[in-house]
Design a protein. Structure first.
Length: 492
């Protein structure tokens, strides 16, 4: 048979398959999710573009703290959780490249040489009788090419799923970076809040020591009782105890920061510095914008695209597959004649495969894929709802904390005036020292509460920036694509 006559027909079949190929499965569309028209906010909050208040990338710069900025850069460079996500992103990129490579035919070569001796008593396989043993050499240089035509879009859906998974990994990396940097900023401001409390306690200890000297001298002069001395000593020692216990809390947060920046806790230390920063003014933006600004929401949306493509892959199993193949090369007993025209051989062909009976496996695979898609839709909607909740909680929290900060500052001012009055009246002999001790304790408690509220305001501000996506935008994913390039196609 003259195979060369069938070769153009084979090529025509392949071209027709490329042109007429279709893609199985539903076309992907982003699932809808409930979106509120506006935030439940009050002044000074307003809805506007979030890009005005949260810089892209280094969102922590809004706090204007150089030490925090330096720590954040160390975390981005050395945090091990981020490195894990970077490695997973590279894996996803490689997986997408593997699927894209299936668009091209496979070409292989298997050169070989063989020297063999055939038995003189071998059975005859022709009309010529076997008379003696035969020794012969076989040198072959074969090439084989194969290609599966994507008739029903199984490959296209696989590439679509791999690309979407790659984008999901990219969004996951951005989300991990946001979570790590936000956790670092929250720990940093909490540590500075503890520094502020320690400063208050240390200053209170100094004041109480002076008060104890005053009471002790009055007691020795017969003016004050021993009870006054004991009360002042009790408050002094209790305040020292609080300072000692706070040192332990401070060390725990310092160690947590050490892990985030990729350093051993015993070797990492931050000098004490009281909290001076004020929370920056941030805009919540429109709720509808949040879907494009949260990397975790973007990741969930891309996972929906992966699950949708899996339905097409499963449905493509209902249809036949078409494989084209060919082989050729040179074969000769004498290696010197291997490259001669007379030594060439070739063959081309095609086969179609179709599963006739699978016991319901294909239907189950489609049902499994559809179930996965439904789960991804529910997860996406849950991610959206949680995103709205986090922003609303933080906006409400900042509103409450701002009001609490104002009223607590007034409480501190009043407590300070109360102590001044009680001290003056005690020196004038109008009240006993218990009033002074109570006023001292009241001022200490209120100053500590003010420091806690100040720290909570900054931490809540960090959480709001995180909830708003840290200045990230889903449009940045458009640059994350795996495309076939000539250098990649011909690479081994």
């Amino acid at each position: 048979m003259n195979r060369s006559r069938h070769f153009p027909a084979l090529i025509g079949l392949a071209v027709s398959a490329f042109i007429g190929g279709c893609t199985m499965g539903p076309k992907y569309q982003r699932a809808t999710a409930p979106v509120p028209a506006k935030w439940d906010v009050s002044e000074p909050w307003r809805e506007s573009s979030p890009k005005d208040g949260v810089p892209k990338g280094e969102w922590w710069s809004v706090f204007r703290d150089d030490e925090l900025s330096a720590l954040e850069k160390q975390a981005l460079d050395a945090n091990q959780t981020i490195k894990v996500s970077v490695a997973r992103l590279e894996q996803a990129r490689a997986s997408a490249a593997v699927q894209i490579a299936t668009q091209f035919p496979n070409l292989s070569v298997a050169p070989g040489t063989e020297r063999q001796r055939l038995s003189g008593n071998r059975p005859a396989n022709s009309n010529f009788p076997v008379r003696s043993p035969v020794s012969q050499t076989n040198n072959v240089l074969p090439f084989t090419v194969g290609y599966e035509v994507d008739l029903f879009g199984r490959r296209r859906r696989s590439i679509e799923a791999a690309q979407a998974s790659y984008l999901a990994s990219a969004a996951d990396l951005e989300n991990v970076r946001l979570v790590i940097t936000a956790e670092l900023a929250g720990d940093y401001f909490t540590l500075r809040q503890l520094d502020t409390e320690l400063g208050i306690l240390n200053r209170t200890v100094e004041t109480l020591q002076k008060g104890l000297q005053l009471v002790d001298s009055r007691h020795k002069g017969g003016v004050a009782s021993g009870l006054d001395v004991a009360e002042e000593e009790t408050l002094l020692n209790a305040t020292r105890t609080q300072a000692i216990l706070l040192q332990q809390q401070r060390k725990q947060f310092e160690d947590a920061i050490a892990v985030l920046v990729g350093k051993p806790a015993p070797d990492f230390h931050l000098s004490s510095k009281e909290l001076k920063a004020e929370p920056p003014a941030l805009d919540a933006g429109l709720p509808s914008d949040l879907l494009e600004r949260r990397p975790d929401v973007a990741e969930a949306e891309r996972q929906m695209a992966v699950a949708n493509a899996q339905i097409g892959i499963a449905r493509a199993a209902y249809y036949p597959s078409l494989n084209l193949f060919g082989n050729g090369g040179w074969q000769a007993a004498d290696i010197a004649k291997l490259m001669n025209v007379q030594s060439t051989f070739w063959a081309v062909g095609a086969n179609v495969a179709e599963s006739i009976f699978t016991g319901g496996a294909r239907r189950a695979q489609v049902q499994f894929a559809r179930g996965g898609y439904d789960a991804s839709v529910a997860f996406y909607r849950d991610s959206v709802l949680n995103a709205f909740r986090e922003v609303q909680d933080d906006v409400t929290g900042l509103t409450v904390l701002d009001q609490a900060n104002q009223s607590q500052q007034q409480a501190v001012d009043s407590a300070r005036r109360t102590l001044d009055i009680a001290t003056s009246r005690y020196v004038g002999g109008l009240v006993n020292y218990l009033d002074v001790v109570n006023a001292q304790q009241n001022l200490l408690n209120n100053e500590q509460q003010l420091a806690v509220i100040h720290g909570q305001r900054l931490v809540t501000n960090v959480l709001l920036v995180k909830a708003l996506g840290g200045g990230w935008d889903a449009s940045s994913l458009s640059a994350v694509q795996v495309k076939s390039k000539l250098k990649d196609v011909v690479a081994p």
